[in-house]
Design a protein. Sequence first.
Length: 81
Amino acid sequence: MQDGTEVDVSKASSSIKTEARDRRVIDDADQQRGVLTTKTYICGKCDSDQVYAELQQTRSSDEPETRILTCAECGHGWREY
Ligand SMILES: [Zn+2]
């Protein structure tokens, strides 16, 4: 008398990939972004010409890229298109 069901374990094994990445959230909202430029952009707040500039590509090619500008002197941030 055979009682007991055999379960095929090899088929039931699920391949769950766990991403063991070391994720660190860096709050860089207050940091300057991009490269420091001089005499290219003028801060509208303190008239400084030391401005960090970072290009941000938009997804669609129709739209121009956005320059994220951050003043190195006072930290004032703005955008140019
Ligand atoms: Zn400024």
